[in-house]
Design a protein around this ligand. Structure first.
Ligand code: HEM
Length: 396
């Protein structure tokens, strides 16, 4: 008899899954400006998925990974020796969309340079910790090959945050196009592999992971959440820079294989879509709690000082709120919790030149040091790593 997995129970009608919020977001608000408006919950990657499944089944992946290790820069030709079907796909997939605005991408570089310090902590602790309370993502990450070595995985994922913010991100000597296309291949591999994991199958309430809706959910945990936090902290951002940051992520979504009709054209549209698809799905899972714990321990394994687990936990609570901190079993911190609540706002105001001098100099220097170390941890540590197509799931 088949084991009574959650999926089997669902199929048998014994469990009622929490129905996803209906998709009503209009493609009129997308970069395409038009589209059928079908729920991206049922859209995956019709080009990459069969191709990568076939690479895995043909046993080509180790050879392909070895070849792709040498392909690191956007402007570099594809390595010789790739299977013809993969080469054809990658030749198309590496093209920037026709709506790419190079001027905006240049302004995004300015923004990333000016705001790099904030972005480190935001990508790492706001986006990174939020990903642990997105159940489908937490489960997919936990039970995939990379889930067995979370430190390595986190640095690979952080590579994307680094590459998209680098000076030459989308330029020929940058790496973001390469990272985007490789990640698209990895996601396609996960769609093929994860359904074969008995562990994933027991907890998942779907047959194929990483739908385009899921990618947009995660996307909102990144730029949308980052921009919402910067606004909440009252960091002054010129409209052109804010739009440019959005644009760099719109192009990023396209490279990950998201259809243009699902990519929001403006922050208003992004916020509307996020309220519909991200906010309602946030919830704890055993897998997410374990991943969050690993993430919180990451700092102290590298830096014995300010990036300790209690400090990263307090920061997570400050950014994501008591409910999420509770889900992730993050303890309250008697010193750091109130300090962040009272002194972070003035700290930002001083840093941004909106207040004349530090009201609380000690907190000021502490916070500044924290930002610097966190940016190093979550962005720079990521550089030398190559993203590879997995061939298995997490073994246990
Ligand atoms: C792999 C980024 C959405 C699950 C990766 C990698 C990157 C990345 C850079 C390569 C790192 C590695 O090999 O470990 C992103 C971005 C997303 C997104 C920027 C959205 C904007 C998602 C979603 C899911 C997911 C929605 C699941 C629901 C995974 C898994 C891996 C992976 C399971 C492979 C881990 C492994 O076995 O190595 N992603 N991802 N990702 N991603 Fe995503």
């Amino acid at each position: 008899m088949k084991p009574l997995s959650r999926r089997n129970l669902l199929k048998a009608g014994a469990l009622v899954a929490a129905a996803p919020v209906p998709w009503t977001w209009s493609p009129k608000g997308s970069v395409a400006g038009t589209g059928a408006g079908a729920d991206p919950r049922w859209v995956w990657d019709s080009e990459a998925d069969p191709l990568v499944a076939s690479l895995i089944d043909r046993g080509d992946v180790p050879r392909v990974n070895a070849l792709l290790r040498t392909w690191t820069k956007n402007g570099q030709p594809l390595p010789d020796g790739l299977p013809a079907d993969l080469r054809d796909f990658m030749t198309r997939a590496r093209q920037l969309p026709p709506w790419t605005d190079q001027r905006k991408l240049a302004t995004a570089v300015t923004f990333n340079q000016k705001r790099g310090l904030y972005l480190g902590v935001l990508y790492g602790l706001a986006s990174g910790m939020m990903s642990t309370v997105i159940p489908k993502e937490a489960r997919a990450v936990y039970y995939s090959q990379g889930g067995a070595d979370m430190k390595d995985r986190i640095s690979k994922t952080a590579k994307l945050g680094y590459d998209i913010g680098a000076v030459s991100a989308y330029q020929p000597d940058g790496e973001m196009i390469v990272t985007g296309v490789k990640t698209r291949l990895v996601h396609a591999a996960v769609r093929h592999l994860l359904p074969q994991s008995p562990y994933w199958a027991q907890v998942a309430d779907e047959d194929i992971p990483i739908s385009q809706r899921d990618i947009m959910v995660t996307w909102h945990s990144l730029p949308t959440t980052v921009m919402q936090k910067l606004a909440a902290w009252r960091v002054p951002i010129p409209a052109a820079e804010s739009e440019a940051f959005l644009h760099s992520w719109q192009v990023g979504a396209h490279l990950l294989g998201v259809r243009d009709e699902y990519i929001p054209a403006s922050w208003d549209e992004a916020n509307t879509q996020a309220a519909q698809v991200l906010d309602p799905v946030l919830a704890p899972t055993p897998e997410g709690i374990k991943l969050a714990d690993i993430l919180l321990n990451l700092g102290s394994s590298i830096d014995l000082g300010i990036l300790s687990k209690p400090v990263l936990g307090a920061f997570t609570r400050f950014m994501l709120g008591d409910e999420i901190a509770g889900w992730l079993r993050i303890p309250r911190e008697p010193v750091w919790d109130p300090l962040l609540r009272t002194a972070w706002g003035p700290f930002i105001a001083v840093r941004e030149g909106l207040l004349p001098f530090p009201l609380a100099p000690e907190a000021y220097w502490l916070f500044d040091e924290f930002l610097r170390r966190a940016a190093l941890l979550f962005l720079s540590e990521a550089r030398p790593i190559s993203i590879e197509i997995p061939v298995t799931n997490r073994p246990t």
